[in-house]
Design a protein around this ligand. Structure first.
Ligand code: BGC
Length: 781
């Protein structure tokens, strides 16, 4: 068996490579043309990349033959899959020269601005070692679809929309699209998995890539994405470890937070993501945490991640986020990305005794075991066409289940097409497309962008891309008897005049956000145009002209809404992805009943945030403190703890039907070995149409713990036909990776269940008004 496998691998390594490379490069070239955008670190071009690869391989082979005493005469046999990934990694490691080891612990993507050509349009790569059958590692972004210059791909709705589905099965399908399409392009490492907790800073420009403010929801959704990616034999990644919660000054921001605060918030999301998905790579972040850069923070990397959580894979740096050779290696960083500025000196550091040989070997072992674990050796990919129909359907379904209906006064929605003769559609290029988020998560949609605009500054390097899915067209299709007119929304007066002449007005408002920036406020702030469009004023003017004004928001996260009382309906569509137009129209006209719930609180005002003003750096090099004194009180926990009423609470979302929760009961099995409890109830669809409800269980901890009033500990999304009911049981298990019953005890460095009285609530949002008491239970005396 072993021999047969080796032969297959050897054929793949020797002869399949050239063909595959050509196809990949052709795709990369096409992708760059259609994208029409310089990449973030723009590659000069792709022609010649195959040649470069072959030259590199030849050079490396030359180096090896000169340096590796025992490598060449006996052909190497790849250790068989019957061995564990660790055993296989060790067997390969035993054959490697020191130079080969160092080759694996850094990227070959080049220094900032170096214009190194990276094969396949990836954002970095690690050339493999053909004689040992170690494949090249091609790393590409993919939080919301395949990114970088890889090629056109399905632009999914934002990750935060996936979180807003509260559905891990749907989230798995979302991750599957990313994993499958990466594999179609023969990219074998994905840099998705952004699980930073933006509830600390809702103005964060990367909110759209993340999964919201609750560590358990965020961790579970991220784990579903990553599991699906790795099931496609693509290495998954979770990032940015840790506390990379604002983009302003991200290279020098020094997050100050107490141990318990971080264990129960940002780190808990990572812990769940790491443990539930068996992710094999972690990306450390740009910022500092408690005075030390994340990528050389031994407490984060070694004590917590590799120690407490037993993470077996490897830690790579964020792009150019490595700051040292010895300190970083000793602290636990395993791979510098995308270049070798520091880790190229590891050989000298080892021979000089500053870095133990065992540490270098462990770095390589971790990288190899990750590659074995995910199947990179055993399941090489071949170029395939993207299945745009299947993947587009997942994009649309995610948006249909993740868009959140925030207001629906007087049953304004769903619209009744048969009674509509005139509709005004206003703003946000709704005639051609929907907005997407910028930065490294940017996807080039299949079919190309509907529209691109300038490079807002900050971040200055990321272009505004509108995905090709026209809400106007979809609305026209669903309202065939109506005259549907479009106004671009740049002039509030003409927009209002049109709205005054139609039965209803649908205003699309949008807030572009991107990696490399935070938004200046939570109002709709136009960062795209040199003469900004005041969209708050636009909505107010339209609402004054038409009492049936419906607002559709395309944003990365939370907003404040000064016009809320004057409009009749509001739909939060996030960045809706390239089937977003159809999904939005389906919801507006009732072909789909909305079931998304907010994974992030919408505050009433920035004054209510833990940090009303974003901490800013004094200059580009001096570390500056970002004091997370709110600790674990992130998102709804902050508002609860401070008695603040948000505009819309975490967990909130309306439906076109109604549900009742009856006969709730609590069963507790709080034995020592397996403490858990179950909440059982009857959920009934009491309204006129089929719909899905997200039943949410919150837990109030004993007051002695000092925890916030409640935390989300479980949920279930249930689809019911009108009049139907279902007995639902939600189990909350302390042995789960989310430690739902515990607090982090600093003195024993462990999770503990405190003695005292626990209160269990059930309902359909985090607001006390929508929760009912299920019961209480006592732990200990
Ligand atoms: C981002 C990462 C991304 C990397 C590679 C960095 O700037 O912070 O999230 O994976 O670039 O594109």
């Amino acid at each position: 068996m072993g021999g047969a496998r080796v032969e297959t691998k050897s054929i793949w390594a020797a002869s399949g490579a050239t063909e595959a490379l050509d196809a990949r490069h052709a795709k990369a070239a096409r992708s760059k043309q259609s994208k029409g955008l310089p990449g973030k670190w723009d590659c000069a071009g792709v022609i010649g990349a195959g040649v470069l690869t072959l030259i590199l391989v030849a050079l490396l082979a030359g180096c090896r033959s000169g340096q590796n005493s025992g490598s060449t005469t006996t052909p190497f046999t790849l250790p068989p899959p019957s061995l564990t990934p660790d055993q296989r990694a060790d067997a390969v490691l035993a054959q490697m020269t020191q130079d080969e080891k160092i080759q694996l612990v850094h990227g070959a993507g080049g220094a900032i601005g170096s214009n190194v050509v990276i094969p396949l349009g990836a954002t970095s790569w690690v050339p493999g070692i053909p004689r040992l059958y170690i494949p090249d590692l091609y790393l590409a972004d993919g939080s919301v679809g395949v990114g970088n210059g890889v090629g056109p791909a399905t632009a999914l709705p934002s990750s935060i929309a996936s979180a807003a589905t509260w559905d891990t099965t749907q989230a798995y399908a979302y991750g599957q699209v990313i994993g499958t399409e990466l594999r179609d392009y023969t990219i074998n490492a994905n840099l998705g998995g952004n699980v930073n907790l933006i509830g600390r800073e809702p103005r964060d420009g990367r909110t759209f890539e993340t999964k919201g403010e609750d560590p358990i929801l965020a961790g579970k959704i991220t784990a579903a994405h990553i599991s699906a990616v790795q099931a496609q034999y693509v290495l998954g990644c979770i990032k940015h470890f840790a506390l990379n919660d604002q983009e302003t000054g991200r290279n020098t921001a020094d997050a100050q937070i107490d141990e318990r605060g971080m264990r129960e918030s940002d780190l808990l999301a990572f812990e769940i993501g790491v443990k539930d998905s068996n992710v094999q790579s972690v990306m450390c972040s740009y910022n500092l945490v408690n005075n030390t850069y994340s990528c050389e923070n031994s407490h984060l990397l070694s004590d917590i991640l590799k120690g407490d959580w037993s993470f077996p894979g490897f830690i790579m740096s964020d792009w150019w986020a490595t700051h040292s050779t010895v300190a970083a290696a000793v602290a636990g960083l395993d791979q510098e990305q995308p270049d070798d500025a520091y880790f190229t000196s590891l050989g000298a550091a080892v021979s000089g005794g500053q870095v133990p040989q065992a540490r270098l070997d462990n770095m390589v072992h971790r990288i190899l075991r990750a590659m074995f674990q995910v199947g990179l050796f055993d399941h090489p990919a071949t170029v395939q066409p993207i299945d745009t129909a299947t993947d587009g359907a997942v994009a649309q379904a995610t948006e249909e289940q993740g868009a959140v209906l925030l207001k629906n006064a007087g049953g304004q929605l769903p619209l009744n097409a048969s009674s509509l003769t005139s509709i005004a559609v206003i703003g946000s290029h709704a005639d051609v497309g929907v907005l997407s988020g910028g930065g490294s998560a940017q996807v080039t949609p299949t079919g190309g962008p509907a529209l691109t605009e300038g490079y807002p500054c900050p971040p200055c390097w990321s272009q505004v891309v509108w995905d090709p899915s026209s809400p106007l067209q979809a609305i026209k299709t669903l309202a065939p008897n109506a005259a549907v007119q479009f106004n671009d929304g740049t002039n509030a007066q003409t927009a209002a005049a049109l709205a005054a002449s139609t039965q209803i007005a649908i205003v699309f408002v949008s807030q572009w956000t991107s990696e490399g920036m935070d938004v200046p406020s939570l109002n709709l702030t136009d960062v795209i145009h040199s003469t900004p469009i005041d969209q708050d004023a636009l909505v107010a003017a339209v609402a004054a002209a038409n009492p049936h004004t419906i607002v559709v928001i395309e944003s990365g996260g939370a907003l404040v809404m000064p016009w809320l009382t004057s409009v009749s309906a509001v739909l939060e569509a996030w960045f809706p992805g390239q089937r977003g137009g159809q999904a939005i129209a389906n919801i507006l006209f009732g072909a789909v009943n909305p079931s998304g719930k907010l994974p992030i609180t919408f505050p009433a005002s920035v004054a209510d945030l833990p940090h009303p003003t974003i901490a800013t750096p004094p200059d580009s090099t001096t570390p500056f403190l970002v004091n997370y004194s709110e600790g674990f009180n992130v998102g709804y926990k902050w508002y609860d703890a401070n008695n603040l009423t948000p505009l819309f609470p975490f967990g909130f979302g309306l439906s076109y039907t109604t549900f009742s929760f009856t006969n709730p009961s609590l069963v507790n099995n709080l034995t020592q070995s397996n403490p858990n409890f179950q909440v059982t109830f009857t959920l009934t669809n009491t309204g006129p149409v089929a719909g899905a409800e997200v039943a949410q269980v919150y837990l109030g901890m004993p007051s002695s713990t000092g925890e916030p009033p409640k935390r989300l500990v479980g949920w279930q999304k249930v689809l019911l036909q009108p009049g139907a009911q279902q007995q639902v049981t939600i189990e909350v298990d302390e042995n789960d990776s989310s430690h739902p019953l515990s607090y982090w005890d600093v003195s024993s460095s462990s999770w503990l269940v405190a003695p005292g009285s626990y209160t269990v609530y059930l309902g359909n949002s985090s607001s006390m008004a929508s929760l009912s008491l299920v019961g209480t239970f006592q732990v200990g005396p």
